[in-house]
Design a protein around this ligand. Structure first.
Ligand SMILES: Cc1cc2nc3c(=O)[nH]c(=O)nc-3n(C[C@H](O)[C@H](O)[C@H](O)COP(=O)(O)O)c2cc1C
Length: 179
């Protein structure tokens, strides 16, 4: 049985749901998975004991969140010598535009260079757009952004673009790397 740690940061909570889904998929394969919000519940030194480490962050203004960035940079040596994976949750990953996948990959590539951590596996996951929870200006901004991405511009609804089967497949791929 392997031990997998999943660490994430989030602003509106969707990345936490993706982290929990990964943990359930890993547990369903008979392994131990624990989930940490790095901003509020950072793991202690027992992190070292993990067989695999997964980090995840949403993208805001073309960057991953600071707590995950800081964690990856601080622990890059450990991460680079442990089977490790990164999932990036974004609006652009939900886009139908042909240029979108390259844009999403570029944000991840910049993150890897800036932190010095090169995960063995990366997943780019379409996130959620909870329009009704945004302050008015943010709602307008994201409506404009989603119009450009070919997504919904109906600000009365909260939209989830995540392909949960793809999240499960990513969890399975991380576990496969260990055996
Ligand atoms: C203010 C704001 C800025 C955003 N900037 C980007 C961005 O630059 N690129 C992108 O692909 N998605 C962007 N998004 C979409 C988020 O990545 C998406 O909503 C994600 O699911 C948020 O995850 P969370 O609920 O874990 O915070 C932005 C969303 C908001 C509200």
């Amino acid at each position: 049985m392997a031990t997998v740690r999943i660490l994430y940061a989030t602003t509106y909570g969707h990345t936490a749901k993706v982290a929990q889904h990964l943990a359930q998929a890993i547990a369903a394969q008979g392994h131990r998975a624990s989930v940490y919000d790095v901003a509020t519940n950072p793991p202690s030194a027992d992190l070292v004991a993990a067989d695999a480490i997964i980090l995840g962050s949403p993208v805001y203004q073309n960057r991953h969140l600071r707590p995950i960035h800081a964690f990856a940079r601080q622990h890059r040596k450990l991460l680079n010598r442990t089977p490790s994976a990164f999932f990036s949750v974004s609006g652009v990953a939900a886009s139908t535009r042909p240029a979108a996948p390259a844009m999403a990959r570029k944000v991840v590539a910049r993150f890897c260079v800036a932190t010095g951590w090169y995960p063995s596996q990366v997943a780019i996951i379409a996130g959620a757009i909870p329009y009704t929870r945004y302050p008015p200006l943010t709602r307008l901004l994201i409506r404009w952004f989603m119009a450009r991405q070919g997504g919904s511009t109906d600000t009365r609804s909260d939209d989830v673009y995540t392909d949960w089967a793809a999240v499960t497949a990513f969890a399975d791929a991380v576990v496969r790397e260990l055996f």
